[in-house]
Design a protein around this ligand. Structure first.
Ligand SMILES: NC(=O)c1ccc[n+]([C@@H]2O[C@H](COP(=O)([O-])OP(=O)(O)OC[C@H]3O[C@@H](n4cnc5c(N)ncnc54)[C@H](O)[C@@H]3O)[C@@H](O)[C@H]2O)c1
Length: 362
């Protein structure tokens, strides 16, 4: 049995430890597709999650990412009050050079074979156009263009939820949720990052942007009058808020050594390199952390609305709940003296357990 690099456990042992239901490895030599679909939990409904295309260094790294992301989706849907479970897919490759219509449609066929157990949406490296290609092979996809009856790009909703999560944290730390004059570092100026920068600049926030793609970083800085900053300088800065909107695991042993932010609130999934260790360190350092899956749920809410036939109004309403949900998590974290990430997972797990009881009664 092949083993996951970062773990001493075999793949099946790893799945049972993390509570995963199913993992599907997809290989299509004709299109060059190499993908992994992970279904974590379907207690609340079919597994809904993003399709990430990334140039992973190894298959083990891709597997580790898809397992962490899909588990996060279960918690995200649960805490947002949605009736879907958690899943994620990763396509191994460079989205800028290797993505083709045939590759995405081949992926769509693998999704089709899951008969609705997994429903795809956008993530890093995929777009509404890709969802359209997947749609040509299966109906089990969301985030398709509005012109095809879909809800379109979920990123603006994700950014809105993150913005409200930031406001809820600012209220806690500074006593008012007024953002004018606060300083925020937005790491990653992609889909979500750009929308977040726009919302923050509209509130006269002092925004710093960083991205490994220098062209994108400079373009966004110019467009929104933000300040571009080198990626390796951000963890020595004294800004009020750090908004990770790139990839995960940026809160780790190394970055925590110099980090001086008052608040961390962003869209990236799995921001804590180690949930147990780094959530605890943040609490000890007095840095208020808005759990990633709690405040980045706007995107999945938009996809869920598309699935259920709810309109934009409902999407906005559910996204706006993120402000109060963040306040609730902070309240529980304070009353129980536990890290905010633990408080959020307790709320999510309770909902899954409660609904499981209802489901087993008929
Ligand atoms: N798109 C959504 O609706 C949505 C929903 C929930 C969560 N998320 C998460 O939010 C994050 C951003 O998503 P997105 O859709 O904006 O992706 P995107 O691909 O559009 O943008 C990501 C950006 O991050 C940059 N980046 C990557 N590594 C970096 C690094 N080390 N330092 C600085 N910049 C770096 C990339 O160059 C890119 O510009 C991802 O972690 C994603 O999983 C997105």
């Amino acid at each position: 049995m092949p083993e996951i690099n970062s773990s001493s456990h075999s793949i099946l042992e790893q799945l049972s430890l993390s509570g995963h239901k199913k993992v599907v490895f997809c290989n299509d030599p004709d299109t060059g597709l190499k993908a992994i679909i992970a279904i974590h939990d379907t207690t609340l409904g079919p597994a809904l999650g993003g399709v990430r295309m990334w140039n992973y260094n190894s298959e083990a790294e891709a597997l580790e990412d898809v397992l962490r992301l899909s588990k996060g989706m279960t918690y995200k849907a649960a805490i947002a009050g949605l009736n879907v479970g958690g899943g994620t897919a990763v396509i191994i490759g460079d989205s800028r050079r290797q993505k083709t219509e045939a590759l995405m449609r081949s992926f769509g066929k693998f999704v089709k074979n899951l008969n609705g157990e997994f429903i795809a949406g956008e993530d890093v490296g995929t777009t509404v156009r890709d969802m359209e290609y997947i749609r040509m092979e299966t109906q089990h996809v969301t985030g398709v263009p509005e012109s095809l009856g879909g809800a379109g790009n979920p990123a603006p909703y994700t950014a809105k939820g993150v913005y409200l999560g930031i406001k809820a944290c600012v209220k806690e730390v500074f006593g008012t949720d007024e953002l004018a004059g606060r300083s925020v570092v937005v790491q990653g100026t992609g889909n979500v990052g750009e929308h977040l920068v726009e919302l923050l600049r509209n509130d006269n926030v002092e925004v710093y942007v960083t991205d490994i793609n220098e062209d994108s970083m400079r373009m966004i800085a110019r467009k929104y009058k933000a300040k571009a900053i080198d990626a390796d300088k951000i963890f020595n800065m004294g800004a009020d808020i750090y908004a990770p909107c790139a990839l995960g695991a940026t809160i780790n042993d190394k970055t925590l050594k110099t980090m001086k932010f008052a608040i961390i609130a962003g869209s990236a999934n799995n921001q804590l390199a180690d949930e147990k260790i780094h959530g605890q360190i943040l609490q000890e350092k007095g840095i208020l952390y808005a759990p990633d899956y709690l405040i980045n749920a706007g995107g999945i809410i938009s996809c869920y609305s598309e699935l259920t036939g709810f309109g934009k109004k409902r999407t906005i309403q559910l996204t706006e709940n993120i402000y109060e949900a963040t306040r609730e998590v902070i309240k529980l974290s304070k009353s129980e003296n536990i890290p905010t990430n633990l408080a959020a997972s307790r709320i999510a797990e309770k909902r899954i357990e409660d609904i499981k009881k209802i489901k087993s009664s008929y």
